[in-house]
Ligand binder design. Structure first.
Ligand SMILES: [Zn+2]
Length: 55
C-alpha cells in the first residue's frame, strides 16, 4: 500500500494499492494540498510505501 502525505501538514493525499507519482498527486489536487494549500511537487510531497498484510 502506498500513502502520500503532504510534507507540510501531513494530510493524506493518496492512500491505496496503486502507485502514484508526486506528479499525479499534484495534478489530482491542482498542484496544492487541499488542506494547507502547500504547493505540491516532487520535493514537497512525502511518499510512504507501506507493505504489510499482504494477502
Ligand atoms: Zn498540506
Amino acid at each position: 500500500m502506498e500513502i502520500v502525505l503532504c510534507s507540510q501538514c501531513g494530510h493524506v493525499l493518496h492512500k491505496g494499492d496503486e502507485l502514484v507519482t508526486p506528479k499525479d498527486i499534484a495534478k489530482k489536487y491542482n498542484g496544492r494540498c487541499p488542506k494547507c494549500l502547500n504547493p505540491l511537487n516532487a520535493k514537497g510531497t512525502k511518499i510512504q510505501i507501506i507493505s504489510k498484510g499482504r494477502r
